[in-house]
Design a protein around this ligand. Structure first.
Ligand code: PMP
Length: 297
């Protein structure tokens, strides 16, 4: 079956979905993106993803040729076209083709691309047994230099971080910012649990304001948890009762070892598992319906 990719107003087959070598997204990472998921035909937090995309676009003076509502419809339609129920969706807007100079104003037509495909899940055992992570030497970008709120195609900092973690044999990295405070993973946010309360670093420390992170904070508060969005150090991670990661791709992954220190009992913790269960319920019921004509039985 052909995989259909949305490209600038039309659907093209995967083999024909090509961008120019003069695209500044390719030449300079001059563009933005979102990773979004659909579960059982429900797109999780679509409006938040679209809003973050348009905030990023505004911050880099990039005009997306669709309204936010039109873009949300395009995302849902791409999932529909590919007849998917569970999907990982990649929405990319690049500055478009220009000349070889840095000046973005030589680029006249932004390229809007939506890819939707079958989920590429992290291995099941990460969710059941937990993951081991390591702190890497590469520091997370400072938010006053490249604000992580601007979710750009410039992901080399994250890639260098990911390389270090992989070479160390770890599933994911723990990153610190230049002051030594915990920031996040290479592509996910981090939470710690201590005495039944949750902590996650504030975004100004260099963490992306993850949509999964925000959803988990909301679900946790609804469940009665106290949630702190406050700076903490690597020491606090080592002595935490539980640690977990959140992200669109990662969902909610328990962490059982950090830099060789066993977290809690070395198995996914009770709070993490409760939150994972709630998260899994929400993602299958909330969200924008891809197939609204379906009757709920
Ligand atoms: N941090 C980084 C650097 C990321 O790339 C991502 C994935 N978008 C996240 C955190 C998690 O964010 P979200 O929950 O919005 O996917």
């Amino acid at each position: 079956m052909t995989q259909w990719i949305f490209m600038n107003g039309e659907y093209v087959g995967k083999e024909d979905a090509k961008v120019s070598v003069y695209d500044h997204g390719f030449l300079y990472g001059d563009g933005i993106f979102e990773g979004i998921r659909a579960y059982d035909g429900n797109i999780f937090r679509l409006d938040e993803h679209i809003r973050r995309l348009y905030d990023s676009a505004k911050a880099m003076l990039l005009t997306i040729p669709y309204t936010q509502q039109e873009m949300a419809e395009i995302v849902a339609d791409t999932v529909r076209r590919n007849e998917l129920e569970d999907a990982y969706i990649r929405l990319v807007v690049s500055r478009g083709p220009g000349n070889l100079g840095l000046d973005p104003f030589t680029c006249k037509t932004p390229q809007v691309i939506v890819i939707a495909e079958q989920l590429a899940l992290f291995p099941k055992e990460f969710y059941e047994r937990g993951m081991e992570i390591v702190t890497v030497a590469t520091r997370r970008n400072r938010s006053d230099i490249l604000n992580p709120k601007l979710k750009s195609l410039n992901y080399l900092n994250n890639i260098l971080i990911k390389i270090e973690a992989s070479l160390a044999g770890a599933g994911e990295a723990l990153t610190l910012n230049t002051e030594g405070y915990v920031a996040e993973g290479s592509g996910d946010n981090v939470f710690i649990v201590r005495d039944g309360e949750l902590w996650t670093p504030p975004s100004y420390l260099g963490a992306l304001e993850g949509i999964t992170r925000n959803a988990v904070m909301e679900f946790a508060r609804d469940m009665g948890y106290v949630v702190h969005e406050q700076p903490f150090t690597r020491h606090d991670v080592y002595v935490a009762d539980e640690v977990f990661l959140t992200g669109t791709a990662a969902e909610l992954i328990p962490v059982i070892r950090v830099d060789g220190r066993t977290i809690g009992d070395g198995v996914p913790g009770v709070h993490t598992l409760r939150l994972l269960e709630i998260f899994q319920t929400h993602v299958r019921t909330d969200g924008v319906k891809v197939y609204p004509e379906r009757q709920v039985s």
